[in-house]
Design a protein around this ligand. Structure first.
Ligand code: PLP
Ligand code: COI
Length: 339
């Protein structure tokens, strides 16, 4: 038990040790049952494929405190399925969806005191991941794996919460069209560090990646997906084989269409098309919805709704999404998992 008081309203996105992590080991072709552990260190072979060849993947989701003090998870089965697709892509064993969901529930329950109170804007971030372990020096899949989950309370990922932030396009590529961009594997994030650093040094929140082949289409906003709202009120978001299929983005597409009655388009989004959008945002588990004030491309700044205020459609999308996640608004069937 922690006796340190947490300042829920001023949390950023920084690691802190909580009570328990979950750990399961894959050996001789099968997963063990797994258990909760107090230890936040992992002892593995120095010749683990995860350390040399990036054979690892991860997920990110959140636990939310409702008004009546209960704890709930959002679309956890979708994280489990995406992790299976990441595992398939880099030849790691799948974790069954039920095992994944049960393990998330267990570890959240064991860290109940770290789930921020309702209304603080903070949440409990859940980080499942898998690493290749055992002794391997040749470039081939590992003989053993660890599936592990830790949690930590977090606030806003991009400084500002629902206040707009600015982004800049980058010349660097995050992922190739036939590569691993749609999988949540560490290599994609290593490939993003330099572009992120340069964008931040120039005073932007993060960079916007364009498609690697033509550099004409928007791919991702740092570690989040992009959406724009056209002057005709259409929700538009990029369709590309090299972006991470964001669970938040697909939830927003559903909300835009079925709750807000908007038209929704998942398609190529040209960087030269920015004038068509009256509002834009970055969406993801960590980013939630972060309104985009402006995008700078080739030294030209394009301002959307405002650099200071969130636009009305983005605000409505945000309120509906967060309302569902925190239990204030009834969720579509199957979206909520009670802890
Ligand atoms: N794109 C990237 C590269 C990400 O890392 C994330 C975060 O998971 C997202 C998009 C958003 O995905 P999700 O909404 O499933 O969190
Ligand atoms: C998430 O939104 O869960 C992410 O994975 C983004 C980032 C912290 C890597």
């Amino acid at each position: 038990m922690s006796d340190k008081k947490i300042d829920w309203k001023n949390l950023g996105f920084d690691y802190q040790k909580t009570n328990k992590s979950f750990m399961s080991v894959y050996k001789d072709g099968e997963w063990d049952e797994g258990e909760l552990t107090d230890d936040n260190f992992i002892r593995i072979s120095e010749a683990s494929t995860s350390l040399h060849y990036g054979q690892q993947c991860f997920e990110g989701l959140k636990a939310y405190r409702t008004k009546d003090g209960e704890i709930q998870l959002f679309r956890t089965d979708e994280n489990a399925k995406r992790m299976q697709r990441s595992c398939d892509k880099i030849l790691m064993p799948r974790v069954p969806v039920d095992k994944f969901v049960d393990a998330v529930k267990k570890v959240v329950k064991a860290n109940e005191e770290f789930v921020p109170p309702y209304g603080t804007g903070a949440t409990l971030y859940v980080r499942p991941f898998m690493i290749g372990t055992g002794h391997t020096v040749g470039v081939k899949p590992a003989p053993e794996y660890i599936f592990r989950i830790f949690v930590l309370p977090v606030g806003s990922y991009f400084k500002g919460g629902l206040s707009p932030v600015d982004f800049v396009t980058t010349e660097y590529d995050r992922a190739a069209p036939q590569g691993t961009g749609a999988a949540k594997v560490g290599g994609n994030y290593a490939a993003s560090l330099e572009a992120h650093k340069e964008a931040v040094e120039k005073g932007y929140a993060d960079c916007i990646y364009l498609d690697a082949k033509t550099h004409t289409k928007i791919e991702e906003v740092g570690a989040a997906n992009f959406f724009g709202i056209t002057k005709d009120n259409v929700f538009v978001t990029p369709d590309s084989p090299s972006i991470l299929p964001s669970i938040t983005k697909y939830s927003l597409m559903y909300i835009a269409e079925n709750v807000l009655g908007m038209k929704v388009e998942e398609r190529d989004v040209l960087i030269d098309e920015l004038d068509e959008f009256k509002e834009a945002g970055a969406c993801g588990t960590a980013a939630v919805i972060t309104p985009i004030g402006a995008i700078t491309h080739k030294d030209k700044e394009h301002v959307f709704y405002s650099k200071e205020e969130v636009g009305p459609v983005t605000k409505k999308l945000y309120e509906t999404l967060v309302g569902i996640q925190t239990g204030d608004i009834e969720a579509p069937e199957g979206w909520i998992f009670k802890v």
